[in-house]
Design a protein around this ligand. Structure first.
Ligand SMILES: [Ca+2]
Ligand SMILES: [Ca+2]
Length: 267
């Protein structure tokens, strides 16, 4: 094999490393403004509510508001499913960015979760609440499956409006518990882990990531927020630490250089 062929293949291998099969979903909402189901060609699917979940400015808008008809909750399939009863080893990592333009109401509610093949079986519920927060601020809130004032755990940091935060989560099928990080630098960064017990049905599969809107008179609402840059994967590195590491940039540079060099040699 000639040197330039080897270098070309090295470049391809480096690029291939960046698109690992362990990534289950990516969504950056790079659409025009409008209804997410339509814009995504049906990739996002309705599982509840009727008033459209909208994309504005390349981000999904979560606005539970006070609409009595119920606003849309949408889900998008992952590239793999996870049998929650039989699988006691996998972990599902996810991350996304959020920015709130209106604060949560009262104890709040959840706006992101993993969805199973069985109706209303939602795991790794992520929401926002004013519980535990200083006046005028709010906190991220988490549960494994239940959602109640007693059942959720809050991340120990007061948050502000119109500020972008990066949320990372892990749903661990070994422990059936969810961990949440906020703007993490690594998996060892400050986290919270929900403690409520998730109940599973036989054959139930986690199949999708979901965004939730809807009225919730008794438990409040998470406020008005945008969600963007959703990634779901089976490792922290791919699902949460999605800002490329220096080593990744080096690989990318090597791969690109290999391709350019090989192209030049063919002239
Ligand atoms: Ca976007
Ligand atoms: Ca359940």
């Amino acid at each position: 094999m000639k040197n330039r062929t080897i270098l070309f293949l090295t470049g391809l291998a480096a690029l291939g490393t960046l698109a690992r099969a362990d990534v289950l979903l990516t969504e950056s909402f790079s659409y025009d403004n409008g209804a997410l189901i339509t814009l995504s060609g049906g990739a996002w699917r309705n599982h509840s509510g009727t008033e459209a979940l909208a994309v504005v400015g390349g981000q999904a808008v979560i606005n539970q508001g006070d609409a009595t008809g119920g606003r849309e909750d949408l889900n998008r399939l992952l590239s793999s499913t996870f049998d929650v009863t039989a699988d006691n080893t996998s972990a599902i990592y996810a991350s996304f960015t959020v920015s709130f333009s209106a604060p949560p109401v009262g104890v709040g509610s959840y706006f992101f979760h993993l969805k199973s093949t069985v109706a209303n079986q939602f795991y790794a519920r992520v929401g926002a609440t004013v519980e535990g927060a200083a006046p005028g601020s709010f906190r991220m809130s988490l549960s494994n499956e239940a959602w109640s004032s007693a059942g959720t755990v809050e991340y120990p940091m007061d948050l502000a409006l119109n500020t972008t935060y990066m949320v990372g989560i892990k749903y661990d099928l070994a422990t059936d518990r969810t961990t949440l990080w906020l703007n993490p630098e690594s998996e060892a960064s400050t986290s919270i882990t929900a403690t409520d017990v998730a109940a599973y049905g036989a054959g139930e599969l986690i199949e999708a990531a979901a965004l939730r809107q809807g009225t919730s008179v008794t438990t409040g609402a998470p406020g008005v927020l945008t969600v963007d840059n959703i990634v779901v994967a089976t490792t922290f590195a791919e699902g949460v630490a999605v800002v490329p590491e220096p080593s990744t940039w080096a690989l990318l540079g090597l791969g690109t250089a290999g391709l350019i060099w090989a192209a030049r040699r063919r002239k």
